[in-house]
Design a protein around this ligand. Structure first.
Ligand code: AMP
Ligand code: GLY
Length: 413
């Protein structure tokens, strides 16, 4: 069986490795650090299953084009991908489905947007409607900053057309949780939950990023909470999608905030999270290839099972990420990091220079994953791996999984 993974990041590297346990895998376009990478476009690759990693090709209808050729595809069509492609569309669907989410308004003009902002209390939350690589969200206590963001977004200055519609919403507080559900159009199965770290700096400081690290399992998450997420969030969303005639086969990634008033949906993504994928998917003890093939065929037949091991991944980012990452620096220490027990290294923003050496080529460069019997062991392994690696200006968040690693739980999920 040949699986074609579409994408070029650490998420796709992790998917390729785990699919590679029982399938042949090619990755397009991949990157020079991912074995099995090919320049051939997906439509020219003759695979038995296509797994589309990033949101942009999903929103752009790649899954539809492949399905039109009779291919088995894991990933929603452009219709379902609107859940991530338009926050306004997603919010409207949540309201229709009765899913708990922050109070919000959607605007294309500054005057009513600023008037609505004035009715909110801090922290102020302003989001681009369209895709902005995880960076189109501002959460701030400063009314001025929120007002300026609204102006810049609507004028197309900050994120081009993605910002010409904005969503303004109530600021929520509480721990965040990523729950990924694999869906076959009719039903869904939950994967092990994860927590990621969105801000660039230690202690949740600095701008939002695509994610600076993640861990799984999450000690404070009980089986009951996961059942609640399935019953009150995922199932009603799938049902609302079906009512709109959408046959959703792919990941529904629920970004939740666990508020004092119960869990609330911050956002849906239509793909595996990055870096959540790097800590969730390798924990599978059942076959990922079978699960995704079944979902692509519209009939999930078994519930996935997970190892008790803990995984922690730490992103090595380029200096200047997320604003203007520095690129073109040689990456040193990959072999040494990979030789450490319990350490794997996934390549994301990685290119090669004229001599074929691997160099930095994007904001998030590497995702270094540690595995062990406890989160503390996994964390120690991940940072041991990071300690072997270097490139000029490398940025790492030192507090990834720090609090969780010192928590003990009777009910690991
Ligand atoms: P999103 O892309 O919508 O998940 O937002 C990115 C990040 O911004 C989230 O992971 C949260 O940390 C933060 N955020 C989003 N919406 C809210 C909200 N309503 N209240 C507080 N923080 C939020
Ligand atoms: N880690 C957040 C995301 O994948 O959107």
């Amino acid at each position: 069986m040949l699986v074609c993974v579409v994408g070029s990041g650490a998420r796709e590297h992790a998917l390729a490795q785990v699919l590679g346990r029982d399938a042949e895998v090619v990755v397009t376009p991949g990157n020079p650090g991912i074995e099995g990478s090919t320049d051939a476009p997906p439509l020219e690759i003759d695979a038995d299953l296509y797994v589309i990693g990033p949101e942009a090709p999903l929103v752009d209808g790649l899954a539809d084009r492949l399905r039109a050729q009779g291919r088995a595809v894991f990933g929603p069509g452009a219709d379902g991908a609107q859940l991530e492609g338009s926050k306004a569309w997603m919010k409207a669907l949540l309201v229709e489905a009765g899913v708990a989410t922050a109070r919000h308004g959607t605007f294309t003009d500054a005057e009513p947007a600023l008037a609505y902002l004035d009715t909110m209390a801090p922290p102020y939350v302003v989001k681009t409607d369209g895709l902005a690589a995880g960076k189109g969200v501002i959460v701030t206590d400063s009314l001025n900053e929120a007002r300026n963001a609204i102006g810049d977004y609507l004028a197309g200055v900050a994120f081009g057309d993605a910002g010409r519609t904005v969503v303004i919403e109530e600021g929520l507080a509480g721990p965040e949780l990523s729950v990924l559900a694999v869906c076959d159009g009719q039903r869904s199965v939950l994967l092990a939950p994860a927590q990621d770290f969105k801000r660039v700096g230690a202690g949740d400081t600095g701008p939002n990023t695509g994610g600076m690290g993640a861990y799984s399992p999450v000690p404070f998450v009980s089986r009951d909470l996961l059942d609640q997420v399935a019953a009150e969030f995922i199932d009603p969303t799938l049902a609302a999608l079906r009512r709109r005639g959408i046959d959703y086969r792919g990941v529904l990634y629920a970004g939740l905030m666990l508020t004092a008033a119960g869990p609330k949906m911050l956002e849906y993504n239509v793909r595996f999270g990055d870096p959540e994928c790097q800590v969730v998917v390798p924990r599978l003890s059942s076959s990922l290839t079978d699960l995704l093939s079944q979902a692509a065929a519209g009939r999930i037949e078994s519930t996935p099972t997970f190892s008790d091991d803990a995984l922690v991944t730490v992103v090595c980012a380029a200096q200047g990420y997320p604003v203007a990452p520095r690129v073109g620096d040689r990456i040193v220490g990959l072999d040494a990091a990979r030789a450490e027990p319990g350490v794997t290294v996934m390549c994301a923003g990685v290119g090669s220079d004229r001599d074929g050496a691997l160099v930095t080529a994007g904001g998030r460069v590497l995702s270094v994953t540690g595995r062990g019997p406890t989160l503390a062991d996994a964390r120690e392994a991940a940072f041991r791996g990071v300690g072997c690696l270097s490139f000029p200006g490398m940025v790492v968040r030192p507090d990834i999984a720090e609090a969780a690693a010192t928590t003990t739980s009777k009910e690991p999920a």
